[in-house]
Design a protein around this ligand. Structure first.
Ligand SMILES: O=P(O)(O)OC[C@H]1O[C@H](OP(=O)(O)OP(=O)(O)O)[C@H](O)[C@@H]1O
Ligand SMILES: Nc1ncnc2[nH]cnc12
Length: 171
């Protein structure tokens, strides 16, 4: 049994003073640990049907794509502004350390699609909330939001009151 928590490195005062950054790169560097994470995500999905995996730039892409492959469905990127080349929908949000916007291609998912939303970290919840809004504006349904890490002390889950939220690690 792999203890995935051992692969998360804490970096003090990154990217700003007062932030303890959860560095997932040691986890990404381990084939054994990434396999264990994918299996745990699949178990948490509990056979829920999924049509698309949507993940958030940039760190959400790592496991988002692995999950899409494992679930045998397509992968959809939600990206920072100005990166997607076709017509987009846009949502703005607050970060633990700043503000930003997210975009999705307007034809990326269809009305009625069942979507698994993935990101690496749930912190204040603004990013995930904005992503859910984008998916729902396209008429799709978010069946689960899953995260490698939930920073419970930031209470991001309060911004996702109607979502099925699952995390592999909680701090
Ligand atoms: O819950 P929140 O407070 O909104 O924060 C969580 C978001 O913050 C980080 O992304 P970041 O914007 O640092 O971008 P990156 O993935 O490109 O490094 C993380 O990957 C989440 O997407
Ligand atoms: N403390 C943190 N560590 C890693 N990613 C984050 N995203 C938002 N807050 C974070």
């Amino acid at each position: 049994m792999v203890d995935i928590e051992q692969y998360i490195r804490n970096i003090t005062d990154f990217p700003k003073r007062g932030i303890q950054f959860k560095d997932i790169t040691p986890l990404l560097a381990s084939r054994e640990a990434t396999d264990a994470c994918v299996q745990q995500f699949i178990d948490l999905l509990d056979n829920q049907k999924v049509d698309k995996v949507v993940a958030i730039e940039a760190r959400g892409f790592f496991f988002g794509m692995l999950l899409a492959q494992r679930l045998n469905v397509g992968f959809i990127p939600i990206r920072k502004p100005g990166k997607l080349p076709y017509k987009t929908l846009k949502e703005s949000y607050d970060l633990e350390y700043g503000t930003d916007s997210l975009e999705i291609h307007e034809d990326a998912i269809k009305k009625g699609d069942l979507v698994l939303l993935h990101d690496d970290v749930l912190a204040t919840g603004g990013t995930a909330k904005a992503a859910c809004n984008l998916i729902e504006r396209l008429g799709a349904e978010v069946v689960q939001c899953n995260f490698l890490i939930e920073l419970e002390f930031l209470n991001g889950i309060r911004k996702l009151p109607n979502q099925n939220v699952k995390s592999l690690l909680k701090y």
